[in-house]
Design a binder for this molecule. Structure first.
Ligand code: DX5
Ligand code: ZN
Length: 235
C-alpha cells in the first residue's frame, strides 16, 4: 500500500515548554530552526488538571509571528471561547472530541469564524468515532500522551492510531492533515513519521534545553530523514 495522500512533514513547536517571559524570542528561534506553525496549549484546569493561557497571549503572539497559530483547546465548553480566539488572531483551532457534546456544531462554529477546524483524540478514544465529521476537518490531532503536561512519555499504541488514520483517510479519499502531540522527540520521531504523523508537535524536545533554534532544526532533520526512508519503502 502506497502513501497516497501524505503531506510533507512539518515541525510545530509547542510553546508550553518555552520561557513564557521571553515568548517572542523563543518563537522566533523555533521559527529560524524550521518550525512552520506554532502550537499553543490552552488548558482550563477542568478538562485537564493544569492551567495555561488564553486569548490575550494569542493576541500578543500574533504581533510577533506570521506563522499559523495552532491553538489546542484543552477546555470544557470550547464554543464559548471560539469567537475570542478568532478575534485574537488564531488560525487553527483543535477541540477535543471528549469535550464536545455537539461536535458537528462546534466544527461549524470554528469555520464560521474563519479558522481551520481540527479534532483531538485522547489516547483512549478510538479514531472511528470521527468518521462522520472527517470531511469537515483541516486536521486530526492524535494525542500520544494524556493531555495536561509537557515532557511525558510517548504512548506506543498511538503509532497504530496514526497508521489506521492514514489508511482511513486514503480509503475515504480525504485531505485532512494528521497531527501528533506528546512525547515527540529524537527517540520517537522516526517511528511517528513512518506511522503517518505529518504535523509534528514538539514542546520539551524544542524548548527544554534553552536552544530552540538548534533543537528544532535537529528534530526537523530527523523527521525529514524518516520521511525520505518511508517514501522509498513505499515507492
Ligand atoms: C500536552 C500538550 C502538548 C505538550 C507536549 O497536553 O498538548 O502540546 O506541549 O509536550 P512534549 O512535546 O514535551 O511532550
Ligand atoms: Zn498540545
Amino acid at each position: 500500500m502506497g502513501i497516497v495522500t501524505a503531506f510533507p512533514v512539518e515541525l510545530v513547536p509547542s510553546i508550553l515548554s518555552a520561557d513564557f517571559a521571553r515568548l517572542a524570542d523563543e518563537v522566533h528561534a523555533a521559527e529560524r530552526g524550521g518550525g512552520t506553525a506554532i502550537h499553543v496549549d490552552v488548558m482550563d484546569g477542568h478538562f485537564v488538571p493544569n492551567i495555561t493561557l488564553g486569548p490575550p497571549v494569542v493576541q500578543s503572539l500574533r504581533k510577533h509571528t506570521k506563522l499559523p497559530l495552532d491553538c489546542h483547546l484543552m477546555i470544557e465548553n470550547p464554543d464559548n471561547f471560539i469567537p475570542a480566539f478568532a478575534e485574537a488572531g488564531a488560525n487553527w483551532i483543535s477541540v477535543h472530541y471528549e469535550a464536545c457534546r455537539h461536535l458537528h456544531r462546534t466544527i461549524q462554529l470554528i469555520g464560521q469564524h474563519g479558522m481551520e477546524p481540527g479534532v483531538v483524540l485522547n489516547p483512549a478514544t478510538p479514531i472511528d468515532l470521527l468518521i462522520p465529521v472527517l470531511p469537515m476537518l483541516h486536521h486530526v490531532l492524535i494525542m500520544s500522551v494524556n493531555p495536561g503536561f509537557g515532557g511525558q512519555e510517548f504512548i506506543p499504541y498511538s503509532l497504530q492510531k496514526l497508521r489506521d488514520l492514514r489508511a482511513l483517510r486514503n480509503q475515504m479519499g480525504l485531505r485532512f492533515r494528521i497531527e501528533v502531540d506528546g512525547g515527540v522527540g529524537h527517540d520517537t520521531i522516526a517511528e511517528v513519521v513512518a506511522a503517518g504523523g505529518e504535523l509534528l508537535v514538539a514542546g520539551s524536545a524544542v524548548f527544554a534545553q534553552g536552544n530552540a533554534e538548534q533543537d528544532a532544526r535537529r528534530l526537523l532533520d530527523a523527521a525529514r530523514t524518516a520521511e525520505h526512508s518511508a517514501r522509498e519503502l513505499h515507492a
